[in-house]
Design a binder for this molecule. Structure first.
Ligand code: FMN
Length: 444
């Protein structure tokens, strides 16, 4: 079975809205209503109808000013700000659904481990076992500074922090042993105190005494997700992930990525089949193959607009950890002449943008390079469904993470066009066999 996820890439933030940015059509009232629950509830019900495993909610917490040394572009265009805290959205999205999992993002520098352990145990109860945790290390200095650090830690050290963080969170979530809760009304005994113990964790970055002051939710330790593609990121995922999201630009790369990760998971004594690797894709769907090809051409042309170029340069600056201002580099500079040594952000995402482009100019890369590709998934629902099946056969599993602008049109194309075509081919689930997110992920 192909597992499916939807990446709510703008988080609980302003959803695609701007005509000039090329996303204006079909964006409804996103610009005024992004902070209301409706579109997220629609997304959850639509993707559950489609049979998705989960929705991943991005999060960042800063007003970025690394592009041209000012927050002007971020605020004028609404790039990554404003953004609400994603956690309260989770129960709203599960209240109107019964099966789909919701995975909000928790950064190790934004949530102290005790707060995270308690919050996710609470969400596990409120969602009846449908929450997961996207563990990230945050990307730029501005986020770190909002949480009391002078600047962000170096890339690989962040992952050491993340390892310690997940370890403490999971120890806290395990601090009530099985059988601790008796809820014995007749004898007036709520819990067996011998089964609830402190963890007394003292680490390099975090300390926590424990035990947690709430009881384990239906999943005990909610599933962990992450996306770090660097060595350090892959190591974190191999230790803890139940699902990993991957940036791979070709079927060959996908295959290598999955094999590499499955080997790493096994090294930690874990079962590779228990980790689901979802590959980011941006499919282009239309009524007919010809219309989809036209749509793809129009999208490529839109990348040449000033608004799109500004966005891509802004995004490169953000992705470098805010350490390289691509707005200050002459666009005719060759990539080989750009000093990448200062980058301290999403290393593997930067690598994906500048892959095989040493001899190109920055201008050319901005116009033509994609962090995520459509992998040839361009066509009518039936064509795209067939190709998805072929790709999964070649890669060996496990599924796709859709990264499309969150508009109701895109939701309909996927939930009511593509998903039925996939289902007709027997490639995705027809109804859910389990009730928790972990059970969704383990379904064959
Ligand atoms: C699908 C996906 C979702 C991500 N979500 C977030 C997020 O919500 N917040 C964040 O700070 N970083 C997020 N990231 C960035 C990753 O945590 C990580 O920094 C990035 O994949 C680069 O990995 P690397 O640093 O190991 O090279 C996301 C990346 C991907 C591919």
């Amino acid at each position: 079975m192909i597992h499916l996820g939807w990446f709510l890439g703008a988080g609980f933030g302003i959803q695609p809205w701007s005509e000039k940015g090329g996303d204006g059509l079909w964006t409804g009232s996103n610009v005024t209503d992004w902070m209301k629950p409706d579109i997220y509830v629609d997304l959850a019900t639509s993707m559950e109808r489609a049979g998705f495993d989960y929705i991943l909610i991005e999060d960042t917490a800063m007003v970025e000013d690394s592009y041209q040394g000012t927050a002007e572009t971020s605020l004028r265009r609404g790039f990554m700000a404003p953004k609400n805290d994603p956690m309260p959205l989770v129960p709203l999205m599960t209240q109107r659904t019964k099966h789909i999992g919701i995975i909000p993002t928790a950064s190790v520098i934004q949530y102290p481990p005790y707060l995270a352990a308690r919050l996710f145990a609470t969400l596990d109860h409120l969602t009846e076992g449908r929450v997961g945790m996207n563990v990230v290390t945050s990307v730029t200095d501005r986020v770190a500074q909002n949480y009391g650090y002078a600047e962000h830690f170096e890339h690989d050290e962040r992952y050491l922090m993340a390892q310690e963080w997940v370890d403490v969170v999971q120890q806290l979530q395990g601090s009530w042993k099985p059988g601790a809760v008796l809820a014995d009304v007749w004898n007036a005994v709520y819990a067996d105190h011998t089964k609830v113990q402190p963890i007394d964790f003292v680490g390099k970055y975090f300390s926590s005494r424990g035990p947690l002051n709430t009881i384990p939710g239906p999943q005990g330790r909610p599933p962990i997700a992450s996306a770090g593609g660097s060595e350090a990121g892959r190591d974190l995922a191999a230790r803890y992930d139940d699902t990993m999201m991957s940036l791979s630009k070709s079927v060959e790369e996908m295959k290598e990525y999955r094999l590499d990760m499955r080997r790493r998971v096994a090294v930690y004594g874990r079962d590779p089949d228990a980790v689901k690797f979802l590959f980011l894709v941006t499919p282009v769907i239309a009524e007919t193959d010809a219309e989809a090809q036209e749509k793809k051409k129009a999208m490529a042309a839109a990348r040449l607009s000033d608004a799109s170029i500004e966005y891509n340069l802004w995004n490169m600056s953000y992705t470098s950890g805010g350490r390289i201002d691509f707005g200050a580099i002459d666009p005719d500079t060759l990539i080989r002449d750009i000093d990448f040594s200062r980058q301290n952000g999403e290393n593997s995402s930067v690598a994906a943008i500048f892959q095989n482009s040493a001899d190109l100019s920055l201008r050319e890369v901005v116009a033509t390079s994609y962090q995520i590709t459509d992998l040839g998934l361009v066509g009518s629902p039936d064509t795209v469904a067939a190709r998805m099946g072929e790709i999964m056969d070649e890669v060996g599993g496990d599924g796709f993470l859709f990264y499309l602008p969150t508009t109701r049109r895109n939701m309909a194309e996927v939930a009511d066009g593509l998903a039925p075509a996939l289902r007709r081919r027997g490639l995705i689930r027809d109804g859910y066999s389990g009730t928790t997110l972990r059970e969704n992920l383990l379904e064959h």
